[in-house]
Design a protein around this ligand. Structure first.
Ligand code: WT7
Length: 650
């Protein structure tokens, strides 16, 4: 991280959009941005009401915004349906035959779905769900890989007012179990298996293991994807293709008229302490927000082909592969597999094959693919591209410049979009036709967003002074609460300053540009994925040989950050490499491969305060190879620091 901060501080080049790009874009210059931005924050309710009128309502709202004792409500009194807005509204506007999804499997023929076809598939599944007893307000758990059935399942839930909770297919059975137990879902949609790097992952087996401890689930719908052998439990498990093809399942399903503040979905994400929290998003505000952010940030036009490499199991996929792009009637490329299968040019081959015009990915993917060599993108025709984006973690200027030059051929603006699961959509970002770009900066707040950087005491930080990134005002896409845990919502996000606390540190430069520096809490961004150190620690401690564990990030060339674990073994256990490997596998099995520590150091003791609190700050310095420990005299046993540093794994 330190290297990254050094390099962005030295970075001072500025990149401007071409006149042609600006002329054709929605927001054409900074004067237009500034004028509209001013208007949007002077009267946010009028601003958002104006935008909300672009989607279709069954009944218009009575009140734009209400603060209900710290819980924000948008568009109350309004009724609508998100699925209707994403599909029926587009079909009715004459775009029935426009392609919604181009699905690219890891192996085999790609498949397309028009808006009309997608609507039919969604309606059929919605009817199946209703027949199986799913009702408005019920939770449906979805554990699917990147196959078309995933957005279809989400939209079918949205259509009937069921709340979907998608679990990333790379998570293990324990992670799935935790999420189902917290959400109390009644039905699970999964697949027999998923493909990645030509290997089959046994999703249904994982689900079976999880369901042993999930009594709320009484029905399971299984997509046949990989053809691997699975066990179907009689009376509980049903094949998707059999259900939707049953006689009597109609091609149309009336969309429920849902109140603006009814729940749309829960998505779990990691925090500082304890288990992942269920972030709740509701119908209207979320849809309005992703609709408009997608339109202006990706400057979407009718003939664009938009390719986002994220997995729908994360918020990026929810907002910018499903709801945002569909609500705009966009054509979306959805890719099933690994970026390096069969070779490291897979993304570029997909761009070339489908003539993608907009490409959105994570810095970690850019770094990984850049490392493979310039010849891979060089062999592909990328001339269809006109706009690039990044998300998930800070991008180092070297990766930005490679992306700009090798992929964007120095002509495509790059939107570095800062946001979170909690924010629903992008909050800090360039507008591609307007904002001069500084590599490594997410630039300026989107309309209606008042972002700021504060000191510990709540005062405003100076120009270029690092501090807590906060959002001072509510916005329609913000989380509404933590599922079943309103206290955690209040405590995590509003207790410290009384305004929305992002958990990130940032600075604002002399031009008002935001530079995101990293997390302040114990969240680690491993290859853009959000991992809680507490989760990894409790997984390690659940191993029979482990007495205590502390987990911190360390800088990693490709992943940005990786996990460094200090592990204290139980008395008498032998320290060896085989055990390290076993512990890594244990975490992979417990949470998922993305949470595996890259480095494990066995320790006899951890640095603790006299009251027994582990000093992670010191462990982080050790893991980074820095000797800048700060004050260690408050430790119960200051000498442990030196011993740990001497035995550092690197
Ligand atoms: C955290 C949120 C937003 C969708 C994917 C991640 C980091 C996100 C950027 C960016 C620097 C970024 C922050 C944030 N982050 N985008 N453009 N520049 N950092 O969602 O898993 O909820 O993670 O990702 O640390 O707090 P998430």
């Amino acid at each position: 991280m330190a290297d990254y901060i050094d390099s962005i501080l030295k970075e001072n080049r500025v990149f401007y959009p071409s006149d042609e790009f600006s002329r054709k874009s929605y927001i054409k210059n900074m004067a237009q941005y500034s004028k509209l931005y001013k208007k949007s924050i002077e009267n946010p309710e009028a601003f958002w009401a104006g935008i909300a009128s672009h989607i279709e309502w069954f009944k218009k709202w009575d009140i734009v915004l209400r603060n209900d004792m710290g819980f924000f409500k948008w568009f109350e009194g309004g009724y609508l349906n998100a699925c209707y807005n994403c599909l029926d509204r587009i079909v009715k506007s004459g775009r029935k035959d426009k392609i919604a999804y181009i699905w690219e499997p890891e192996k085999g023929e790609s498949k397309t779905y028009t808006y009309g076809h997608l609507l039919k598939e969604v309606c059929r599944l919605a009817n199946v769900l209703k027949n199986m007893g799913v009702q408005r307000g019920h939770v449906v758990e979805i554990y699917l890989p990147m196959i078309p059935e995933l957005p279809i399942a989400m939209l079918a839930c949205a259509r009937i007012g069921a709340i979907h909770s998608v679990v990333f297919a790379g998570f293990s059975s324990d992670a799935l179990k935790d999420r189902i137990q917290d959400s109390k879902a009644e039905l699970l949609i999964t697949a027999d298996g998923s493909f990645r790097n030509d290997k089959v992952y046994p999703l249904k087996d994982n689900a079976d293991a999880a369901l042993k401890d999930c009594p709320t689930i009484n029905k399971v719908i299984v997509v046949k994807r990989a053809g691997n052998k699975i066990r179907m439990a009689g009376g509980r498990d049903f094949w998707w293709h059999e259900l939707v093809n049953e006689k009597g399942i109609a091609d149309f399903c009336e969309p429920e008229s849902l109140h603006a503040e009814e729940s749309l979905f829960i998505l779990y994400t990691s925090g500082t302490t304890g288990k992942p929290k269920g972030i709740l998003h509701t119908q209207a505000g979320y849809l309005v927000f992703v609709y408009q952010t997608f339109k202006w940030i990706f400057d979407i036009k009718d003939n664009d082909i938009y390719f986002c490499t994220a997995d729908i199991g994360w918020i990026t996929g929810h907002s910018y592969i499903v709801y945002g792009p569909l609500a705009n009637g966009a054509t979306i490329i959805m890719y099933e597999g690994s970026p390096t299968f069969p070779e490291p040019d897979r993304f570029w081959r997909i761009v070339e094959k489908h003539k993608a015009t907009i490409f959105y990915t994570a810095p970690t993917a850019i770094r990984a693919l850049a490392k493979e060599g310039d010849e891979w993108p060089g062999k592909c025709n990328l001339s269809s591209l006109r706009l690039l984006g990044t998300v998930g973690e800070p991008i180092n200027p070297e990766a930005w410049l490679w992306y700009h030059r090798l992929i964007g051929k120095s002509k495509c603006p790059i939107v570095d979009t800062w946001w979170q699961t909690e924010t629903g959509g992008v909050l800090i970002t360039p507008l591609p036709g307007a904002t001069p770009l500084k590599p490594g900066s997410a630039t300026k707040p989107f309309f209606g967003i008042v972002a700021d950087v504060l000191r510990e005491d709540g005062s405003k930080a100076n120009v270029n002074e690092g501090g807590y990134l906060v959002i001072r005002n509510p916005w329609p896409g913000m989380l509404r609460t933590v599922w079943n845990n309103p206290d955690r919502y209040r405590h995590t996000y509003f207790e410290k300053f009384g305004v929305y606390l992002t958990g990130d540190t940032a600075k604002i430069d002399e031009d008002g540009y935001f530079w995101i520096m990293g997390r302040v809490d114990d969240v680690i961004k491993v290859a853009g994925h959000r991992i809680g150190s507490a989760e990894v620690e409790s997984s390690l401690v659940s191993h029979k040989d482990v007495a205590e564990a502390a987990v911190v990030p360390f800088p990693h060339d490709i992943k940005g950050q990786a996990i460094y674990a200090f592990v204290v073994l139980k008395k008498g256990v032998k320290k060896n490499d085989a055990l390290k490997e076993e512990l890594k596998q244990h975490v992979a099995q417990h949470i998922g491969p993305i949470a595996k520590p890259d480095r494990i150091q066995f320790a006899d003791d951890l640095p603790k305060t006299r009251s027994g609190k582990i000093m992670r700050r010191i462990l982080k310095s050790i893991a980074e190879g820095s000797t800048d420990y700060g004050n260690i005299m408050t430790l119960a046993e200051p000498s442990v620091v030196e011993i740990l540093a001497k035995n550092r794994v690197g």
